[in-house]
Write a protein that binds this ligand. Sequence first.
Ligand SMILES: [Zn+2]
Ligand SMILES: [Zn+2]
Length: 260
Amino acid sequence: MLLQAKRTIKEADFEVRFEQAQGVKLLKHLPGDPRCRNIRGICVLCDQPAGPGRICRQCRRILPWNDIFCECCGQAINAVQPHGVVCIACESRRPRFEIARAPLIYDFPVDAVIKAIKFKRQLWYVPAFAELLLRTLKTEFAGVDALVPVPLHRWRQMARGFNQATELCRPLQQATGLPILTQAARIRATSAQPGLNAAERKKNLKDAFAVSGELKCRHPLIVDDVMTTGETCSQLAMTLLKAGAESVSVLTVARALGHL
Ligand SMILES: [Zn+2]
Ligand SMILES: [Zn+2]
C-alpha cells in the first residue's frame, strides 16, 4: 500500500514536469494510440515537424547537451579549455574503461523521458535517443567491434519486461552492423544505486557481472541509458577485460551531474 502511494506521488510529480514543459511546446502528448508517436519526421518530444531526424530544431535547442566534458569519463565539467581536460576523479583514479561519452546531461527533459522509457514502457522514445547515440558512436568510437548492453539481473528484466540498454542497442546494430553481445550477465541482484555513495556503490557491484564462454570481441562498447558515478560501467568493463577484451569503452544517452 505504501509502495503504491509512493509510486503515485512520483508519477504525479512527473506529470507536473511534463505540463510545465508544455508551456514551451515541449513534450506535448499526441492523443490516441501512443505507438503512433514513433513517426519519422514528427518530433518525438513536441509532435511538431522534426525535419530529417526525430527531434525538432526547437527541442534540440532546449535539450541539455553535454558539450564540455572530461576526456576520460565524459562527466560534464566547467572548463575554460574544452579539449583534453580530465576531471579530478579521473586524475586520482582512472576508471577501468578507456573513455565514456554521453551526448546529453541527465536533466529535464532527458530524465523525464528516460523514466518514461524505463518505468512507463514508453519505448517509442528509444529511436530518437538512438539517433543521438549513433552520431556519437560514429565520431568517437571508430574501433569498437561489439555492443554490450549493460545487463539487468534476470529478476529485474522479468519485472520490467525489457532491458532499456538492449532496446537502445537494436537501432545501433541496424545502422552499423555491429553485433549485440549477449555473453555478459548480471549474476548478482544488486540493490538500487541511488542514495549510495561511491564506496557503497563499488561494494554493491562487486562481482555483479560475469561473461559466459569465450569473449567474441576485442573492443566492446558498453551501452546504457544513464551513467551516474560510472561504477556500474567500470565493474562491467573490468569483467570484460578479465574475459579477454583489449579495450572497453562506454556510450550512454545521458550523464548525471555532480556525482563524481
Ligand atoms: Zn520538438
Ligand atoms: Zn573524468
